[in-house]
Design a protein around this ligand. Structure first.
Ligand SMILES: Cc1cc2nc3c(=O)[nH]c(=O)nc-3n(C[C@H](O)[C@H](O)[C@H](O)COP(=O)(O)OP(=O)(O)OC[C@H]3O[C@@H](n4cnc5c(N)ncnc54)[C@H](O)[C@@H]3O)c2cc1C
Length: 404
């Protein structure tokens, strides 16, 4: 990691954002383009190469298939934003168009219980206008003859606004335009915070280079390190780094149609990836890992991933691994959903944490929502309050069933 830390230009900012990857950049861009917000914003980023971030390791896919209405709505706005990216960026001619490659997601159920859950979630999605279809095994086999369906009873599938998008283009342009609009990005690390006498406000954040920076509000955008940042304000959140493996492989006999992002009952998922295929998932034993542990467990490909892939798509008996990596989810152990908004006691400390593997697609809607909360003191477009800290404090999960 590069360590050319620099001091910020000012000693005081209205908003200090800890972490400048996808979320630090989404929120700062949304704030910077809102005429109703005229505050100063400092984004502190400890590693501007972003090498070890969730953002750099993402699979960058979007789906409408969630079990919570609000998550469906968040992704619906995500799809609208992606497909109209330049327009949302003010029609700026420099900004490229972003394509949403809608090869769809396919959830497969190998038992009646899970098939019923899929049917229920399909109804929720359909009621919100998403194009999800609940399909029998025979219907799936007709549309995608390459699947082995012998142990599958049903599935959910949607070809509308589900698939891959180049989220890094969103990230790059949010960061670039936020800076042009006056947001300051500073290569440094937030190492501690000072609270006022009553303990209800963060007064300053301390940087690795020693500066104490006064802040009106602090936003925790620290990804898998979220708990380290919240502890600086004396706050515990149930977020931990969990390893997720990604494999890119070539097939000796490629499929003659797109492979939807298929969520196999084994927990392995796979999809089309240009001329290749991508597979991913968790290890069988899934403990929290060290913040700096990105080591690959090479036995997993042979023992878990490839057997699952070859079982589901027999044509993948003959494949060649071309790349692989391990990344970290910021895993919310309470309910695998985001933690958003202000703390209940430390009033100027805001969370944007715990995305548990679906944060990329949520970044347009949640960046917008948090910028509204900072600017107006309330959510104005989508009501994101179900993701508030209160549920953490009260140990009341707002669980999402569709977590990949
Ligand atoms: C393998 C994998 C696949 C995924 N696939 C998908 C997908 O298909 N679809 C989807 O929607 N989501 C997906 N995700 C999730 C998505 O990538 C993340 O939710 C998103 O990138 C989170 O962005 P972030 O800004 O919160 O965190 P990060 O990208 O981790 O960024 C946090 C930043 O904070 C900085 N930081 C931390 N502490 C400090 C500090 N004290 N001072 C200064 N800086 C600090 C870090 O250096 C880092 O740059 C996937 C994630 C992984 C790992």
């Amino acid at each position: 990691m590069s360590r050319s830390f620099k001091p910020p230009r000012q000693t005081s900012y209205d908003v200090v954002i800890v972490g400048g990857a996808m979320y630090g950049s989404s929120i700062s861009w949304w704030l910077s383009q809102n005429p109703d917000f005229d505050g100063s914003v400092l984004v502190v980023e400890r590693d501007p190469t972003y090498e070890f971030t969730s953002t750099a390791h993402t699979n960058s896919c979007i789906r409408q298939q969630f079990s919570r209405e609000i998550n469906v709505q968040i992704s619906q706005f995500g799809a609208e934003f992606i497909k109209n990216f330049r327009e949302f960026m003010g029609g700026d001619e420099r900004v490229p168009e972003v394509v949403l490659q809608s090869f769809g997601y396919m959830y497969l159920a190998d038992n009646e219980d899970f098939a019923r859950t899929l049917k229920e979630t399909q109804q929720i999605q359909e009621s919100l206008g998403a194009g999800t279809r609940h399909m029998t095994a025979e219907e799936i086999k007709r549309q995608y003859p390459f699947y082995n369906m012998e142990d599958i009873v049903a599935g959910n599938h949607n070809l509308d606004n589900e698939g891959y998008f180049d989220g890094n283009t969103l990230f790059d342009w949010w960061k670039r335009v936020a800076r042009e609009n006056g947001v300051e990005y500073c290569e440094n690390e937030v190492v501690s915070m000072a609270l006022g006498d009553a303990g209800t406000i963060v007064t300053t954040v301390k940087l690795a280079t020693g500066e104490q920076v006064a802040c009106g509000k602090v936003i925790n955008c620290s990804g898998p390190r979220a708990v380290l940042t919240s502890r600086m304000a004396g706050i515990e959140i149930p977020v931990e780094p969990r390893k997720r493996y990604t494999y890119i492989f070539a097939a000796e006999n490629p499929l003659d149609q797109d492979l939807p992002l298929t969520i196999d009952p084994t927990g392995v998922h796979m999809r089309t990836d240009g001329a290749y295929y991508l597979a991913g998932g968790p290890p069988d034993i899934d403990p929290p890992v060290d913040y700096d542990d990105f080591e690959m467990d090479h036995s997993l490909w042979e023992e878990k991933f490839w057997p699952a892939i070859a079982h589901r798509v027999p044509q993948f008996e003959a494949v060649k691994l071309v790349n692989s990596w391990a990344g970290h989810y910021a895993f919310n152990t309470l309910d695998q959903n985001a933690i958003l908004g202000g703390h209940t006691e430390v009033k100027n400390f805001y969370f944007c944490n715990g995305f548990s593997g679906h944060g990329f697609q949520q970044s347009p809607a949640i960046g917008r929502g948090l910028s509204e909360l900072i600017t107006y003191g309330e959510y104005r477009s989508l009501d994101l309050s179900p993701f508030g800290f209160e549920r953490i404090e009260n140990n009341k999960p707002f669980d999402e069933k569709a977590v990949i």
